[in-house]
Design a protein around this ligand. Structure first.
Ligand code: ADP
Length: 201
């Protein structure tokens, strides 16, 4: 089990995946909240079963998978239903993430959580690392990566905490306007720092 957890976060398109993969290159295991969030509602999961019981089979598609669009429309304007769903999913996600940390074999793990501060998951980690780029750069990179419009990216951006607040909460900020080779070197230095912190934890 890894006893030291680095919470990696940042706004959409800031470079969380890119940075996490650099840590992976140094042999550090990743625990990805987005992947786990999909797992807890996968076909046959306890999460999906409870969602079906609560919302009815209309939120399940013909393949037995969660129909995310239908579920979103059911909770969209309904605070009570949204609360119910969060109360179901958040503990499931939290437990799965902690289980993944328990089986990790690297000296520390990188937990990638896009909404780390928004969902209070920073309480689970030993230190936080925020990947940061200016908003105009977030919009350009995300629009290019996902083939979506700037307006669509801006909408998502506005639902996340502000850049200022995220930076205030960060233990460490990684400037991802750096070119790839510089970024790799910076991650290597952080890796050495986390190795030292993990061994004294
Ligand atoms: P996130 O996981 O935070 O949404 P990604 O890691 O997917 O962000 O990065 C968003 C986009 O920006 C990707 O297309 C990625 O290749 C690109 N990118 C990441 N880091 C850099 C960088 N330092 N310079 C230029 N482009 C980058």
């Amino acid at each position: 089990m890894a006893d030291f957890i680095v919470g990696l976060t940042g706004g959409i398109g800031s470079g969380k995946t890119t940075v996490a993969n650099l840590f992976l290159d140094f042999g550090i295991e990743l625990v990805d909240a987005d992947i786990i969030a999909r797992k807890v509602v996968a076909k046959g999961s306890q999460g999906l079963c409870e969602i079906k019981e609560h919302f009815g089979s209309e939120v399940i598609d013909s393949n037995g998978l969660l129909d995310r669009a239908k579920l979103r429309s059911r909770v969209f304007d309904n605070e009570k239903e949204r609360q119910w769903l969060n109360n179901l999913l958040h503990p499931l996600i939290r437990n799965h993430m902690l289980k993944a940390v328990e089986v990790a074999k690297s000296p520390y793990v990188i937990m990638i959580v896009p909404l780390l501060f928004e969902n209070g998951l920073d309480s689970l980690v030993n230190t936080t690392l925020v990947v940061d780029i200016p908003p105009h750069e977030q919009i350009t990179r995300t629009a290019k990566r996902d083939g979506v419009t700037s307006t669509e990216v801006e909408k998502i951006l506005n639902r996340q905490i502000s850049r200022e607040l995220r930076l205030t909460k960060a233990d460490t900020v990684l400037d991802n306007t750096l070119p790839p080779e510089e970024l790799r070197k910076t991650v290597q230095l952080l890796h050495l720092k986390y190795l030292a912190q993990a061994s004294s934890a």
